[in-house]
Design a protein. Sequence first.
Lengths: 199, 199
Amino acid sequence: MTRRRTGRRPGDHSAREDILDAARRAFGERGFAGATLRAIAADAGVDPALVLHYYGNKADLFAAAVRLPLTPSESFAFLEPVDRDDLGEAILRLVLAIWENPATLAAWLGLIRSATTDDDAARLLRDLVTSVIIDRMGELLHLDDADAAYRVSLAGSQIVGLGIARHVLRLEPLASAPTTELISAVAPTLQRYLTGVLQ
Amino acid sequence: MTRRRTGRRPGDHSAREDILDAARRAFGERGFAGATLRAIAADAGVDPALVLHYYGNKADLFAAAVRLPLTPSESFAFLEPVDRDDLGEAILRLVLAIWENPATLAAWLGLIRSATTDDDAARLLRDLVTSVIIDRMGELLHLDDADAAYRVSLAGSQIVGLGIARHVLRLEPLASAPTTELISAVAPTLQRYLTGVLQ
């Protein structure tokens, strides 16, 4: 691996790595809700302010620790200006972009594989969805918590299943369907789950 | 385990088990398409007619060998009389019934877990979907093969994702949503994938 870390102090790399190691331990042992930035900083032997400086917030630190392809902050920055009626398509485009890059696809598949085979990983993913994604999506959609949770988990179920069918089972012609075709087929499903009539 | 196998000859149990063992080896080594009933019978040391007598056809033998909750024949016997416009709901009810029984849920989850973590299991599941399910669904829906394959894999992606969200990640309130609520939310998705406008 080549390292190009010009302009940083020599100690930075190891402090960042120490924080990520401490974060992985804390999330693994106490779950997303139970882990605190203060305890992670103490374990890494750094000031909590440095954790915030490097990783912004607990959700983005989690994303970095488990190598999520995109931090929640990045995702929501992309979704924030989108019209409510176009969110289904915007979310699908975001997900398809993650899957199109082999490195971020591998990270996404790793997360899904561990969550389907390991109870602790499943709990972590559930915690993250519950305490970050549903919360922020609820704000974007102007929904109360229970409604947002139901709608977001339905949309999430379609996204997880699509990723598995396309990239794990590689069901044809779904696996090699062009982006535009998938968007026509699946974006209306996500849009209906998020804002449509479900009863 | 208690055995209640009255009225059968003493040799039956072991012949059935020998066939299943041979089938698991054959499917594992050669995939669903490559395995033949003749080779499985030879490996088990029985006549091919006995394999057909016990398991009906290759797809149902596969279902028995990997302990699928329902054989393809049983599923299609249930779906055959259903009106084309009600297939989304009928398929979802079939799947929800599989998930409601702890034993068949465990078999379903086992299949999904192995397919998401093991390339051979993924290939087997893909083969089965391609050579049995898509074929029969195409007949039910009066679609040509390519269109049936696309529509069935889209519906399959939603079903796989729903099962994972509900029973592996246990996202609430989706995980404890009553059947009627789930049918209102998800059956229209399946119906649109199977018979609706996708472009």
